[in-house]
Design a protein around this ligand. Structure first.
Ligand code: NIG
Ligand code: FE
Length: 412
């Protein structure tokens, strides 16, 4: 199979193989070739350049992209896309005045989703989840991280991770799996928190490692959830099984979780709606990617991650959806990119870098995904005719995507 895309108005995010993430000032630049071609063989990007240099070769298929932008697919590095049921009643309760924390304290929130998931069969959970997977592919996502964490029992955490594995086997997009047993304390352990941590470390982790069900380990490090000591113990144990740390941190309170993540060489620290100078200092010089989740801030009406402070300190930043039933029932990366520009004052260049190459870095896959690079996997978006790439975040809520290509194959 070979595919040639010609007359591309702008081919954006064109980078050398050695660029694995972009930080600070570098985020302001989005390397672009105007009036370009792109040549794909099987699942790989093989060549690209200015249309003048496009050779007349015989290919299986040609696409004329006159007036259109071609770019890498979105890399969504933080989702809980495998879940059962919905929480629209809590949404209405919040409109009427209850807070997210008040709802959680009443047994709603994560525990509500866990109850539903525990009573859902593995097949049903798979069927519910793939509807969302099909949707996010249409919205331009080509690489996705998926977390467990709505099981909270040995059996149900395994059920979630097996569903993620099954999605990986049946859908072409790139998937990374994260074990988030430490998402909340189940009701039966509220008086024996150490008992649940022991269950995670001694029962869940060995089984997950044995079935090779996860790449990463995550903890919700937050007041009322997992403390710094709990997080430290769980990440340490996960690493012993070869899982790479990531953490949910600073969503509501900043109390040293970022530095703890960096100490564990976490691949990413996610949320960061509350951020202080100590957190910024901890991230400087580290390999840890800060990740912002603007549609969570939008949906819960909580502060937005201070992207300007992060980027202006010379740090990198990635953007992801946090797709989940409680705080972000949306997997739309186009909305994330728009919201980052509108509410976090990121420029279109910064937001697109954050949602592609830096998102890929936050999944440990930026050597193969996240940019237009010779040898990388051909996961691409072809837009409808648009005036410029600025139009993508500008026209928020509109669908500007015409075609999605995954592994060199036209999907939609
Ligand atoms: O990333 N913050 C923790 N976990 C999820 C939300 C969980 C839920 O409300 O179901 C998040 O926002
Ligand atoms: Fe999350």
């Amino acid at each position: 199979m070979s595919l040639l895309i010609i007359n591309i108005k702008s081919l954006i995010q064109v980078r050398n193989q050695n660029v694995l993430k972009v930080s600070g000032e570098e985020m302001k630049h989005l390397p672009t070739i105007e009036n370009a071609f792109l040549y794909i063989e099987n699942d790989k990007i093989v060549d690209y350049g200015s249309m003048e240099n496009c050779k007349n070769i015989k290919v299986s298929k040609t696409i004329d992209a006159l007036g259109k932008i071609v770019m890498p697919t979105w890399c969504d590095s933080h989702t809980h896309i495998v879940y059962a049921g919905n929480r629209e009643q809590e949404f209405v309760d919040r409109i009427k005045g209850l807070s997210y924390t008040e709802i959680a304290n009443r047994g709603g929130g994560i525990l509500n989703s866990a109850k539903t998931l525990q009573n859902t069969s593995e097949d049903d959970l798979y069927q519910q989840s793939i509807q969302r997977i099909k949707n996010v592919i249409k919205l331009g996502t080509g690489a996705l991280e998926i977390k467990s964490g709505y099981g909270l029992t040995v059996e149900s955490e395994l059920k979630m991770l097996r569903v993620i594995k099954r999605i990986k086997e049946h859908y072409p997009l790139k998937i990374k799996a994260t074990f988030l047993g430490a998402h909340a304390f189940p009701e039966s352990y509220l008086k024996d928190k150490q008992g649940y941590i022991d269950l995670i470390i001694n029962k869940m982790l060995p089984k997950i490692a044995n079935e090779n069900l996860a790449d990463f380990i995550d903890v919700f490090c937050e007041k009322g959830y997992f403390s710094l000591d709990d997080t430290d113990a769980i990440l340490t144990a996960g690493k012993q099984y070869g899982l790479i740390p990531k953490i949910h941190v600073n969503q509501f309170n900043a109390f040293g979780g970022v530095a703890l993540g960096v100490k564990h060489n976490a691949l990413s620290v996610d949320h960061l709606e509350e951020l202080n100078q100590d957190d910024i200092d901890a991230l400087k010089g580290s390999d840890t990617m800060p990740v912002a989740l603007p549609s969570c801030s939008y949906f819960l009406s909580i502060p937005y991650t201070p992207a300007r402070q992060i980027i202006d300190s010379g740090l990198p930043l990635a953007l992801a959806t946090d797709y989940n039933p409680g705080s972000t029932p949306s997997g739309n990366m186009n909305f994330v990119v728009s919201t980052a520009c509108i509410k976090m004052k990121m420029t279109p260049e910064e937001a697109i870098n954050a949602a592609t190459i830096n998102g890929a870095y936050a999944m440990g896959i930026s050597n193969e995904y996240g940019s237009i690079t010779k040898g990388k996997i051909a996961n691409l978006i072809i837009t409808k005719p648009v005036p410029s790439y600025n139009y993508l975040p500008y026209s928020f809520g509109e669908n500007n995507i015409e075609t999605v290509i995954i592994n060199g194959e036209v999907i939609t």
